[in-house]
Design a protein around this ligand. Structure first.
Ligand code: ZN
Length: 101
């Protein structure tokens, strides 16, 4: 699951920043074999966002319950940090698929 995607035609390995770029474009041309493919990470995004909710909600609840008088700012910072980290994982869940055109 958390594996960088490869070109569906020639299996070339793509780097993190290239995957981010590929996800922004509708169609991509492989740098190596010049064949077209498209990048998607819809399924991966859904899994990560679900995991975020499963992890963050109980964690926030736990932090509020152990520290009375609501430590709003630290909880807010932890929540934002966890969400940011999970967003960084998006390219790892990307899939490259052969373009039909
Ligand atoms: Zn290729």
């Amino acid at each position: 699951m958390f594996k960088l995607p490869t070109c569906p035609h020639c299996n070339s390995v793509y780097y993190y920043k290239d995957i981010k770029k590929a996800l922004k474009q509708k169609e991509n041309t492989c740098n190596h074999c010049k064949k077209k493919f498209f990048a998607t990470n819809k399924a991966g995004k859904a899994i990560i966002i679900t995991a975020d909710i499963i992890i963050i909600l109980p964690l926030d609840y736990f932090l509020f319950s152990i520290i009375p008088n609501g430590p709003l700012i630290p909880v807010f910072i932890i929540t934002i940090l966890l969400i940011s980290v999970s967003f960084l994982l998006f390219p790892f869940t990307a899939k490259f698929k052969k373009s039909s055109t």
